[in-house]
Design a protein around this ligand. Structure first.
Ligand SMILES: *Cc1c(COP(=O)(O)O)cnc(C)c1O
Length: 472
C-alpha cells in the first residue's frame, strides 16, 4: 500500500471500497447477533489452522465471515450455560465500532474515555453500596482485579515501604472458604505471598464458618504469623453459593484484617430482586471487591473491575509516575485521576464504553430483571429435573446454578461417566452446553445461567435432551 506520493501508509488504498466492505460486514454481524440461536458452538475444522496462517491475504472480509465468525466460544447461544460465560450484547457491536474509531488510551490524561470510566465506576460503586471515597479501575476480569485488590491489602499490612523493600520476613496469611475460585490462589502466588499461606476455612451450610475463621486467625497469630486478608465469596463458581458477608465484615473489623469479596458474577445480585438481592448483603462493607461485567452483566469480553473502599490505600499500592508521565493542569496531560495509578496497566483500552453503552441503551433496571430471570431459570431447570424420575437434583439452586445427574440411581462412577458423555454429546450436537463439576463424589451436569437470551423453553428443551440421551 502507498499513497500517490509513494509514502508508506496503512490506511485503505480505496476508502470507497473499504466503506462498502465494512457495511456488508456490519450486516453479517447484525445477522449473527439477531439469530444467535442458530449459531451454537461448533468445533474448529482441522484445516482451519493453516487457513489462519498469516500471509494468505485474499478476500479477507469473506474469510472473516466464513472462517472466523462461526468459531466463537459459544456463549452467545441461548442454551449455553457451561462454566460461567457471559452472553454478550448487541450494544457491544456499536460500542466496539466507536471504541475502535477513538482508539483511546485510558491510562490517563484528559479525554472522554476517562470521564466515561469514572461514570461507570461511580454507578457500580453505588450499586455495591461502597462509599463515595471508594476508587476503582476497569481491568480484564476478576482474576486481574483480585491481584489489584490483594496488592492494596498487602501495602496496608506491610506499609508503603514494602513496595521498595519487599516483603522481608513477614509471613502474611490469607483466609478463604473451601472452594474459593482459583483466582485467589493465583493472586497470592503472583504477589509472592505464597499459596501455602492461603488457609481454607471450612464451610457450614455453604458459608465460611466465622468461628472457625476466628480460631484460625488466633492460631496463626500465636505462631508468629501475620494474618492480613479474608476473602469472602459472593457466588461460588461451582454452586453459586454466598458467604455471609456481614459476618465476615464483623470478623475483619474485630481482627483488623482486610476483607475482600470475590463477586465475579454473584456481586450483581445487588441489582436483582429478592430473594436474590439479599444473598450479597454486606458486600458494601468490604475493603475491596472484584467483579466482572463480562459474566452477569452480559457485556462482551473482557471487562471486570477492582473496587477499593479507601482511595488512598488503592493509590498507595500502585501510583508511581516517572517524569515522562508528569501531569499538568491544562492540555492533554491534565485530568485526574489517571487510571494507571490504580492498577497494573499503563496503556489501557476503553473498556468503559461498552458498559456505558449497555447501561444507557437498555437502562440499569433491565439488567436487574435479566439477572433475576436467570435465577428463575435455574429454579425452572431444577423443577424440570425433579419431574424426570431417573434424574437427580444434586443441590437446590441458591442463585443461578443448577447441578444434577442424568441418572441418580446408578453407581457414582457410572453416573459420572454418563453425565460427562451427555455434556460432550450435547455440546457437539449444538443442542445445549452444560459443563460438569464434582458434587458429593459424582461428576454432575452443571448449568450456570448468565445468559440474557435463555428462556424457559430453552431450559425445558435442554433437560429433555439430557433425558433422551440418558435413556438411549
Ligand atoms: C470467573 C470467576 C473468577 C475469575 O474471573 P475472570 O473474569 O475469569 O478473570 C473469579 N471468581 C469467580 C467466583 C468466578 O466465577
Amino acid at each position: 500500500m502507498g499513497d500517490t506520493k509513494g509514502n508508506p501508509t496503512l490506511d485503505p488504498k480505496d476508502w470507497d471500497e473499504f466503506r462498502k466492505d465494512a457495511h456488508a460486514l456490519l450486516e453479517d454481524c447484525i445477522d449473527r447477533m439477531q439469530n444467535a440461536g442458530d449459531h451454537p458452538w461448533q468445533p474448529v475444522p482441522e484445516d482451519l489452522q493453516e487457513t489462519y496462517a498469516i500471509g494468505q491475504g485474499g478476500d479477507v472480509m469473506a474469510r472473516l465471515r466464513d472462517e472466523v465468525m462461526p468459531y466463537h466460544s459459544g456463549g452467545t447461544h441461548p442454551r449455553f450455560w457451561g462454566w460461567v460465560q457471559g452472553s454478550g450484547l448487541a450494544t457491544d457491536l456499536t460500542a466496539g465500532l466507536v471504541t475502535a474509531v477513538m482508539n483511546s488510551n485510558a491510562g490517563g490524561r484528559n479525554h472522554g474515555s476517562n470521564y466515561m470510566e469514572r461514570a461507570v465506576l461511580d454507578w457500580t460503586r453505588q450499586q455495591m453500596g461502597m462509599p463515595e471515597s471508594a476508587s476503582g479501575v476497569l481491568v480484564t476480569g476478576t482474576s486481574q482485579a483480585t491481584v489489584v485488590c490483594f496488592a492494596a491489602a498487602r501495602v496496608r499490612a506491610l506499609g508503603a515501604a514494602s513496595r521498595t523493600a519487599g516483603q522481608g520476613d513477614a509471613q502474611l496469611i490469607c483466609y478463604a472458604g473451601q472452594g474459593v475460585h482459583n483466582a485467589t490462589r493465583k493472586a497470592v502466588e503472583l504477589l509472592g505471598i505464597g499459596s501455602d499461606n492461603l488457609r481454607f476455612v471450612p464451610l457450614v451450610d455453604g458459608k465460611i464458618d466465622p468461628q472457625a475463621l476466628t480460631a484460625m486467625i488466633a492460631e496463626d497469630r500465636a505462631a508468629g504469623k501475620q494474618p492480613f486478608l479474608i476473602v469472602g465469596t459472593a457466588g461460588s463458581v461451582d454452586l453459586g453459593l454466598f458467604d455471609d458477608l456481614n459476618a465476615l465484615a464483623d470478623v475483619a473489623e474485630a481482627e483488623g484484617l482486610w476483607l475482600h469479596v470475590d463477586g465475579a458474577f454473584g456481586a450483581w445480585t445487588r441489582i436483582a430482586d429478592e430473594p436474590y438481592r439479599s444473598l450479597s448483603d454486606g458486600i458494601g462493607r468490604a475493603d475491596s471487591i472484584a467483579l466482572d461485567y463480562h459474566k452477569w452483566m452480559y457485556v462482551g469480553y473482557d471487562c471486570g473491575v477492582a473496587l477499593v473502599r479507601n482511595e488512598g490505600e488503592h493509590r498507595a499500592a500502585f501510583a508511581a509516575r516517572p517524569a515522562y508521565l508528569k501531569g499538568s493542569t491544562r492540555g492533554v496531560a491534565s485530568g485526574d485521576p489517571w487510571f494507571c495509578d490504580y492498577g497494573v496497566d499503563l496503556s489501557r483500552g476503553n473498556r468503559a464504553l461498552k458498559v456505558w453503552m449497555a447501561l444507557e441503551s437498555f437502562g440499569p433496571e433491565a439488567f436487574g430483571e435479566a439477572i433475576t430471570y436467570n435465577c428463575t431459570l435455574a429454579k425452572v431447570m431444577a423443577d424440570e429435573v425433579s419431574r424426570h424420575n431417573a434424574m437427580a437434583l444434586s443441590r437446590d439452586p441458591v442463585s443461578n446454578v443448577c447441578v444434577f445427574s442424568a441418572n441418580g440411581s446408578l453407581p457414582a462412577e457410572e453416573q459420572s461417566a454418563l453425565n460427562t458423555e451427555i455434556a460432550i454429546t450435547l455440546q457437539e450436537s449444538g443442542e445445549a452446553v452444560f459443563s460438569t463439576t464434582m458434587v458429593d463424589g459424582v461428576e454432575v451436569l452443571r448449568a450456570a445461567i448468565v445468559n440474557h437470551r435463555s428462556t424457559e423453553e430453552d431450559v425445558r428443551q435442554a433437560v429433555q435432551a439430557v433425558a433422551r440421551l440418558a435413556a438411549s
